[in-house]
Design a protein around this ligand. Structure first.
Ligand code: ZN
Ligand code: ZN
Length: 346
């Protein structure tokens, strides 16, 4: 049961419009295609023109390959009992705020406008998310809004289900593309001007986007500095940078990538959506609630992806905590009636 419906297209346009703010026009209405929704594609203006494509691929390759290589080094260190408790504490201490920078900041605040906050907090979330090294914030948002506009159809930057062939080989090819392959494929990236004009016009977010490399490096310099400060040697700084830098980047990257790959393939579906989004409960704690991905596709503007008491959602808890402190407001909640209207029968 995949919840595809005849009016799926208009629903998607509603989702897209709710995901963007400001003077964004609806995508040009595609011509009815008897071959079905998977054959409707995006307009050329919706696709980001690649800039310095080979350099982009080289840097993406470096960011993809270096952390796993260093994870092997970290494993060797662990094997030799050379690991210090301070490195694990630093890893967790950086994983949480930087992870929330991606989930609460990049995703729920900047992509979906699921709550409002001050420019200072918007800037802080954008900076924290940028330290994950998942690309400049505006490109991240443009790709993700395009994912919602075309979920699991031609035009989705990272669907495991479009044009990968059948059988288990097609499934594996699709999962590999959705996980990491799409980062090297610039055919379906979201146009920044088309999908994120509100963020280009936002001076705070635009500044963080332009200074992306500085914040990415700062995310490595902080663990180095803290390790050096705590233990007093450069070696301790490098060791802290290995664990709270490289290992932290590796874990957060693959947790984020798993939302795009695994959560569009495995798990349970609670709501009728016209895509292949699933809830993957075991990934919810590490992804701070993002793995309730079927809930999210059903209600993209909701600040809460976990929608029952049992659906752990650290990002949602963070948003309601900040709301109680008066630091965020206009938090979007989905009424039980709206949830019931979309719920699939058990
Ligand atoms: Zn999705
Ligand atoms: Zn989303």
């Amino acid at each position: 049961m995949d919840g595809r419906s005849d009016n799926g297209l208009s629903l998607r346009q509603d989702l897209h419009m709710s995901a963007t703010a400001g003077p964004v026009e609806a995508p040009a209405k595609p011509v009815e295609d008897p071959a079905g929704p998977l054959h409707r594609g995006p307009t050329p203006e919706e696709i980001q023109e690649p800039v310095l494509e080979n350099l982009d691929r080289f840097i993406t390759g470096l960011i993809t390959v270096v952390p796993p290589a260093l994870v092997v080094l970290a494993g060797w260190q662990l094997w030799n009992r050379g690991l210090h408790l301070r490195d694990i504490v630093l890893l967790i201490a950086l994983y949480i705020p930087i992870g929330l920078g991606v989930t609460v900041g990049f995703h729920r605040l900047l992509t979906h406008r699921s709550f409002k906050t001050s420019p200072a907090l918007r800037g802080l979330f954008a900076v924290l998310g940028t330290m994950s090294i998942e690309g400049p914030v505006i490109s991240w948002v443009a790709d993700h809004r395009k994912h919602h506009a075309y979920s699991d159809r031609l035009g989705d930057p990272h669907s495991p289900h479009v044009d990968h062939g059948g059988g288990w080989k097609g499934a594996l090819r699709g999962l590999a593309h959705a996980h990491v392959g799409w980062l090297f494929d610039h055919q379906q990236r979201g146009s920044r001007e088309r999908f994120a004009p509100d963020l280009i016009a936002d001076p705070v977010v635009n500044f963080v986007d332009k200074t992306f490399i500085f914040w990415s490096l700062l995310g490595l310099a902080i663990p180095f500095g803290l390790g050096w400060l705590i233990a007093g040697t450069v070696a301790a700084g490098l060791e802290a940078m290995l664990w709270a830098g490289a290992v932290r980047i590796f874990i957060l990257h693959h947790v984020t990538y798993s939302i795009n790959s695994l959560c569009h393939f495995f798990g349970r579906r609670r709501f009728a959506t016209d895509d292949e989004s699933h809830n993957l409960s075991w990934l919810a704690p590490l992804s701070f609630g993002e793995a309730w991905h079927n809930n999210h596709h059903a209600f993209p503007t909701s600040a809460f992806h976990g929608m029952t008491k049992r659906e752990v959602d650290l990002s949602g808890l963070t948003i309601s905590g900040l709301e109680r402190l008066g630091l965020v407001w206009d938090v979007q909640r989905i009424s039980p009636d709206r949830q019931a209207a979309k719920a699939l029968a058990d």
